[in-house]
Every structure is written in structure tokens, then in C-alpha cells.
Design a protein around this ligand. Structure first.
Ligand SMILES: [Zn+2]
Length: 239
């Protein structure tokens, strides 16, 4: 049976549209933690340095509940807009801050956009796993650099999880092992009346939380095993 990895991109509200507010961290994150606790699931939180700096208590709550802390850069800037020295700064600074909370070995680039030559920067900063690739993007087919990192692509974009079950479930059940899903805390805040791109705001808030609960229950009914990113490393023991 398949392994399912729920990942949370722990970041500002729907960047780049609302990147100065953090309602997701303030209002969405507690409900998300409660849902994971209720379903006995451990997730992986790809966190920006900015969130860790502003909301250290939220990071401590994530770590306390046994979730894996991963790295999502400092400022949610797309790495393909950064020269190498700045990219390296983002990686080193965010890793250093996040590692004051917990061991951090997994990385995901904002917007799932990460130039292949920069993979070396992750090796230099002692990362062991990268989840910046996405199976549903054209860039997934591009040539990869050889690396010591384990590459774990995202299976599907996050807004699909908010679709009605009749549309969502056939897609979910067709995904190959390991199934890597991602959500954002701001999806669990009602943004339906915000002036935002449609896929950022549709069915956010209570509906999104209900959808995620249904998704978890769907996989649990089918005997899937929920794992964190580091449990996907070669040789990782089944927890
Ligand atoms: Zn992000």
C-alpha cells in the first residue's frame, strides 16, 4: 500500500499576492495541527526563515507535536530570480535559524522553482532531501544534476485538494507511491472574498479543512501509511 506524505508550506499568506500578512500562521495553523493530532498523522512543515523569526511559538508547536521541520528559504523568493551568492545566503540563513528549533535535512524551494545548478548549495548546507520538483510541471522532465540528495517530487498541486470529492478522489487514487501532497496554512483561513487569483481563494477556510480531513480519511481507509519526508530517505526505518 502506498505511503502518503502530507507537507505544509509554512509561509506568508498566498505569496506573492498577500506576502505581507500571516493570517495562515495565526489563524489557520492551529486548526491544521489539531486535525493532524486527531488523525494521528505526522506531517512535514517546509518553513520560511521569516515565519520562524516572527512566530517562533508556532514552530515550537509544530516540533512539539512530532512533525518534521523542513526548510523553505528565508523570504519566499523564487530561487530562479536569485544570483548564486544570494541563493546561497537564503539557504544558509534559513537553515541556520530553523536548526535552532530542530534537526532540518529536507528542503523545498518556494513556488517549486529551483535551478538545478543550485542543488549543490543544498549539499554544501548539509541537506539530505529536496522536494522542489513537481511531477505535474514541465520542469520535471528537465535534465537533473547528479547529487547525493534524495529527490522527492510533489505529486499534485495543492488547490486540487479543495475540489469536491467527486472530482478530487479519482485524481488522488491515481497517484503513484510515494504520494506527496502539500497545503498552506492560509488555505484554512476564509479568503473567498479577497481580491486574489481564483485558485488561491476558492473553497478556503472551513471547507478546505473539511476537504483535507476527507483526504486523510480516504487514504487511511485504504491502509496507506502516512510518513514524513525524512522517512522517505533510503534506509530510513519505518516509523
Ligand atoms: Zn511556498
Amino acid at each position: 500500500m502506498s505511503r502518503v506524505c502530507i507537507t505544509v508550506d509554512f509561509e506568508p499568506d498566498c505569496p506573492p499576492y498577500l506576502s505581507a500578512t500571516f493570517r495562515g500562521i495565526e489563524q489557520g495553523a492551529p486548526a491544521l495541527l489539531a486535525l493532524f493530532a486527531e488523525r494521528s498523522i505526522r506531517a512535514t512543515y517546509f518553513t520560511t526563515g521569516e515565519v520562524a523569526e516572527r512566530y517562533p511559538e508556532a514552530i515550537r508547536a509544530v516540533v512539539r507535536d512530532g512533525h518534521e521541520l523542513g526548510c523553505h528559504g528565508v523570504s519566499h523568493t523564487a530561487f530562479d530570480t536569485l544570483p548564486e551568492a544570494e541563493a546561497q545566503r537564503e539557504i544558509i540563513d534559513s537553515a541556520r535559524l530553523l536548526r535552532t528549533f530542530a534537526p532540518v535535512g529536507s528542503f523545498r524551494a518556494p513556488y517549486l522553482r529551483f535551478p538545478e545548478p543550485y542543488v549543490r548549495l543544498l549539499e554544501d548546507a548539509d541537506f539530505t532531501l529536496d522536494s522542489s520538483l513537481a511531477k505535474y510541471k514541465w520542469s520535471y522532465l528537465a535534465r537533473r544534476v547528479p547529487t547525493t540528495l534524495t529527490r522527492v517530487p510533489a505529486s499534485m498541486t495543492s488547490s486540487v485538494l479543495r475540489l469536491p470529492a467527486v472530482l478530487r478522489n479519482p485524481v488522488l487514487l491515481s497517484l503513484a507511491d510515494p504520494v506527496v501532497l502539500f497545503v498552506h496554512p492560509w488555505e484554512f483561513v476564509d479568503l473567498t472574498r479577497e481580491d486574489l487569483r481564483y485558485d488561491c481563494r476558492f473553497r478556503t477556510g472551513e471547507v478546505a479543512l473539511r476537504c483535507l480531513r476527507e483526504v486523510i480519511e480516504l487514504f487511511q481507509r485504504r491502509g496507506a501509511r502516512f510518513v514524513t519526508m525524512r522517512e522517505l530517505l533510503p534506509g530510513a526505518s519505518a516509523a
